[in-house]
Design a protein around this ligand. Sequence first.
Ligand SMILES: [Zn+2]
Length: 300
Amino acid sequence: MPAASMTARATCRCRPASARSSPTSPAPNAISAAPTDAAMLCHRRGFLALPGGFAVAAFWTRAQAATTLPSERLPRLVAAYPDHLASVEGDHLVWRDGTRQPTGAASPERPFEQMLRDASIADQLRQTYERGPPAGPPPLNHSPGRLRNTAFFTRMYGDCRQAAFARSLTSVTWMPKTRPQRLQVTGVNDVARRLEQVIGDLESMPDRFKAYLVPSAGTYNCRPVADTGLMSMHGFGTAIDINVERSDYWAWANRRGQIAYRNRIPYEIAAVFEAHGFIWGGKWYHFDTMHFEYRPELLA
Ligand SMILES: [Zn+2]
C-alpha cells in the first residue's frame, strides 16, 4: 500500500497537529440541565446482514441509555486503574495522590453532543460497551468510549504537549512474525505490555486475518480528535489503528448527516483486543473500525 495513501486516510477522526486548536480540559462539574437524548438512544432500528462477522438480527435491542449512572460504574472505574485511583467518596473521585475530582454522577444525562465535548467522569461511563460479537449497527449516538473526560486521562497519562511526556512512551514491535513495525505506546497502566499480549495472540491467528492488521496505521500521535478538538487517545499513547485499507470510518460514510454503518474487520480480531482491555471503535455509531484503545473500565 502506498505510504502516501495510508497517511492521507489514516487521519482517522483526527487532524494533523499543525492544524489543531489547543485542546482544553473540560469542566467535569459543568453539567447542564438540558433535556436527555435518551429517547433517541433508545429508538429501535432494523438492519441488514453485514460482512465482518456480524450476526444477522432483526432489531437492535441492547441500546442502553441510563438517565442516572448505574451504581457499580464508578467503583468499576477505580478497580480498572488501581495504580492511580483510590476510591469514590460522595460525588468525588479520589486519586491516590489525594486529588479529588468531581464525578458529575448526581447530574442528569445531557444531549450526546454536549457530553461529547465536555464529558464528566460520569458521562464517560454512561454508555454500555457490550463484549462479544455485535448484534448489528449501533443505535444513534451509541458510541461507548467516545465520551471522555480529558482531565482524567491527562492526569493519568500526561500531556503530550509537554516535553516530559516522552518518558512515558516505550516501543513495541507490531506483528513481528508477519510484518515487523516499531510503534510507540505508553508504559503507564502496563499498556505496552498488554499490547504485546494482544500481538502474541494475533500472531497465532490464521493467516487470513493478517491482512487486516498490517501495516498498522499508527499508535502514539499528539493530536486532537477532529470533530471535538479534544485530545485523541492516540495523544496519550493508549490507542492503535490497524490496517486503514481494510477499515471504515464514519466520516467517510457521512452523507448529509446520515451515517451508514459499514465494517469489514472480523470480530475475531476485536475479541483479542477486548480480552486485554482494549475497546473497538467498530462498536460505535461514529464507527472507526481500525481503532482500538485501552479502556478497561468499559470491559469489566
Ligand atoms: Zn485511532
